[in-house]
Write a protein that binds this ligand. Structure first.
Ligand code: ZN
Length: 426
């Protein structure tokens, strides 16, 4: 039975007029969230190098600093006030260079301490001194294995693709020589046995806990189910020759994607996939829609592979929610916590937390975006926004009577660290 409106409404209205508005985030909950030591699911930390040493370039397979101009989001523009705030919080009155010179090899781990991060997954071409376990865990790159044929037609599409495929071809040669291969194997089965599988096994031996595809920068995420005979015919016809047409090349890439994903499952590595509108003015946003991955997630042969859709699928944040019901689907919200406000991110987070909360992972996408915004500043800003957004989303759920305070803290711990610990066995 409903009480009479007049009896209920008047006291409530009076009470709300008399009280100051409540803060969006419960202060005690926010303080508790601040203390949780996080696992950052996706970032690109830069190695310490002494003056005179060559600069570290291993932080990305496709560094995106030389693309045609595009309209940057506000936070990535020079002079964004958040960058100065991050510098003050990280370095105080000291100069960044002086602190680096003082801390040397300890500098990257010191940066993690400043943002309350226990472990950062380092998505890099290779690890190295100062970016090492236990504070940093490796996520390698595998796109170069998808494109064994002549890539000149794909590179001719636009200047961004030309830059990307030059870099992929370089990494491909590196992978081939690391596999002891001087020239292209003549058949697909030899390519799989002598290059693809050995590369994945080498990454695993060297400590990789996941492999990353930035395929959305190079093609669409629609990876069809192609049989091995078809893929083998295309490979044998085009290997070492002129560039195939896109219609011929795509089925081979599709086959290789599913082969690599299945191998990652066998080897106990997760598969990370860039799922977000990416950098550059030519980026194909439509092709990065996470719904395009549904046939992959539904492939019974790939149910043992754990797929982590990076960057929360933005702008398809609602579409990605529906995919979380698949047993092999996870997401992180890296980069969204860098470019959006806590209030905006909180809305998205709440929808995910009310659906399948054990599949949601915190991450920053800390990256050397510009001379002003290094991976340190980006990591600091994203960590702060993520914790504030979590506090707002969970406060809303508490005030609406959906969860208790204890459950709010538990959910925050799951997102910031426990879900990742379980996923990777950390
Ligand atoms: Zn990234």
């Amino acid at each position: 039975m409903f009480p009479k409106a007049s009896a209920l409404l008047v006291p409530v209205l009076l009470a709300s007029c008399a009280r100051a508005p409540q803060p969006a985030a419960d202060p005690d909950l926010a303080a508790e969230i601040q203390r949780i030591r996080a696992i950052d699911n996706h970032a690109h930390p830069v190695r310490f190098t002494a003056p005179g040493e060559p600069a570290d370039i291993g932080y990305d397979a496709l560094p995106v600093d030389n693309l045609e101009p595009s309209s940057d989001p506000l936070i990535l523009r020079p002079g964004a006030p958040e960058i100065a705030e991050a510098d003050r919080a990280l370095f105080g009155s000291a100069a960044k260079a002086a602190l680096m010179a003082q801390k040397r090899e300890q500098y990257p781990a010191w940066v993690l301490d400043q943002t309350g991060t226990e472990i950062m997954l380092a998505n890099r071409v290779e690890m190295g001194a100062s970016i090492e376990p236990p504070r940093f865990r490796w996520v390698g790159y595998v796109d170069a294995l998808l494109f064994p044929l002549n890539n000149s037609a794909l590179a001719a599409r636009n200047t961004d693709r030309a830059a990307f495929f030059t870099l992929e071809d370089k990494l491909r040669s590196q992978y081939w020589s690391q596999a002891g291969i001087a020239s292209a194997p003549p058949t697909l089965s030899e390519y799989l046995a002598r290059v693809v599988t050995p590369t994945l096994e080498r990454h695993r031996r060297d400590g990789a806990i996941a492999e990353k595809f930035e395929a959305a920068y190079l093609r669409s995420l629609a990876f069809d189910d192609v049989d091995s005979a078809t893929a083998a015919r295309i490979y044998a016809r085009w290997i070492g020759k002129a560039a195939p047409s896109e219609a011929d090349y795509k089925p081979l890439q599709d086959f290789l994607f599913r082969y690599i994903a299945a191998e990652c499952g066998r080897l106990g590595m997760a598969v990370h996939i860039h799922c977000e509108a990416g950098a550059g003015s030519y980026f194909d946003v439509t092709g990065a829609n996470p719904l395009l991955l549904e046939p992959v997630l539904n492939d019974p042969r790939l149910r043992k592979t754990r797929f982590v859709m990076l960057h929360g699928g933005w702008p398809f944040t609602r579409e990605i929610t529906a995919l979380l019901s698949k047993p092999n689907a996870f997401l992180d919200f890296s980069n969204q916590d860098l470019v959006f406000t806590p209030a905006a991110l909180a809305g998205t987070l709440r929808e995910w937390l009310e659906w399948v909360p054990e599949k949601i992972l915190f991450a920053t996408d800390a990256y050397p975006y510009s001379s002003q915004m290094g991976w340190e500043e980006a990591g600091w800003i994203a960590s702060r926004t993520a914790r504030q957004a979590l506090a707002i989303a969970l406060t809303g759920m508490m005030r609406d009577g959906e969860i208790s305070r204890a459950r709010a803290v538990e959910l925050a711990r799951m997102v910031l660290r426990d879900n990742a610990r379980k996923l990777y066995g950390l």
